[in-house]
Design a protein around this ligand. Structure first.
Ligand code: C5P
Length: 310
């Protein structure tokens, strides 16, 4: 097979609830994740020298064995058991790095999906998801994307049952100089709220059931008003990170915003609008304030797919 291109989209969290601590030290979560039309591109060219290589147009992104793309390639190669398989990969970045948008996880998921085809491995989507879960909590979601409920560490997925992606417009912002460490955010959360964490499977399941029936999902399908968005990590990140406080305060000034939230562990933030046009008008309304404060910003649509061959 000749060269392949894979589109690797960003996600936002439309709900992020920390339920409790798990025996493995991770947090038990109840989330709704949503892919956007802001995407990186991963190109894959097969080689016969057994080498896995990655180049990227962003010099500040590691392209060695720490990159989830390289980890994914090595894992799938090991599982297929053919050491002679090689690939030369090139990543074109559009998703901001270290932003809470799952850019790295999505890139890793795209490598699994793309290499499964390029190398003719024949892994089922369940097998790809299991490999993705070994590499990162958000990675299985990034394979299929769309609107999904994510439980466990984030890797246990349920479709939100929407007939189509929400028609919402998204104004997404991130300060280029700001980043948040995900382990730090979870540690802060444990220190500040650990005493009130839920403690067992029965209580976790009660919250999952509540999320499945939540008005949030009716709001996303356009059948009801959109509720406020909950992100428990925002409670610990917003007081500590100045760019998050400033960004949220600018987004909250948008005339027609339905909801404003941080994504994941931040520091990216977004406002939701009834449609793409309303998000574009808000971008125009807020552009001067966002530029003055040094924010990068994007107007996005919600999509129904994850890592996709193009
Ligand atoms: O799985 P991933 O590599 O994305 O997780 C990064 C870090 O975030 C973990 O090492 C852990 O500190 C924290 N985390 C957590 N609970 C989760 C997901 C992530 O505590 N469900």
């Amino acid at each position: 097979m000749a060269e392949l291109q894979v589109s690797t989209p960003a996600k936002i969290n439309l709900h992020l609830e920390v339920l409790g601590l798990r025996p493995d030290g991770f947090h038990e979560l109840a989330m709704v994740m949503q892919t956007l039309d802001l995407a990186d591109n991963l190109s894959l060219r097969p080689t016969a020298d057994g080498a896995v290589t990655l180049r990227c147009d962003r010099a500040d992104l590691p392209t060695d064995g720490n990159n989830l793309i390289v980890k994914a390639a090595e894992l799938i190669k090991q599982r297929v058991g053919l050491p002679e398989l090689g690939v030369a990969m090139e990543l074109t970045k559009r998703i901001p790095i270290g932003a809470g948008l799952a850019g790295g996880s999505s890139n890793g998921a795209a490598a699994l999906v793309g290499l499964n085809t390029l190398w003719g491995c024949g892994f089922s989507s369940a097998q790809l998801s299991a490999m993705a879960a070994e590499l990162g909590s958000d990675m299985p979601f990034c394979i299929d994307g769309g609107t999904q409920l994510c439980f466990g560490r984030g890797e246990v997925l349920e479709s939100a049952g929407l007939a189509k992606p929400p028609s919402l417009g998204v104004l997404l912002i991130k300060h280029p100089d700001s980043s948040v460490s995900t382990p730090w955010a979870y540690k802060q959360c444990r220190e500040q709220f650990g005493a009130s964490y839920l403690s067992g499977e029965a209580e976790f399941e009660q919250r999952r059931r509540a999320l499945r029936q939540a008005p949030l999902l009716t709001g996303l399908s356009g059948e009801g008003p959109l509720q406020e968005i909950r992100n428990d990590l925002q409670k610990v990140v917003e007081p500590e990170v100045a760019s998050v406080r400033e960004g949220l305060s600018i987004l909250r000034r948008a005339d027609a915003a339905l909801a404003v939230s941080m994504s994941g562990s931040g520091p990216s933030m977004f406002a939701l609008f009834a449609d793409h046009e309303a998000a574009t008008r808000a971008q125009q309304q807020l552009a001067a304030a966002l530029e003055a404060a040094g924010f990068a910003f994007w107007v996005c649509r919600c999509t129904g797919s994850g890592a996709t061959l193009v």
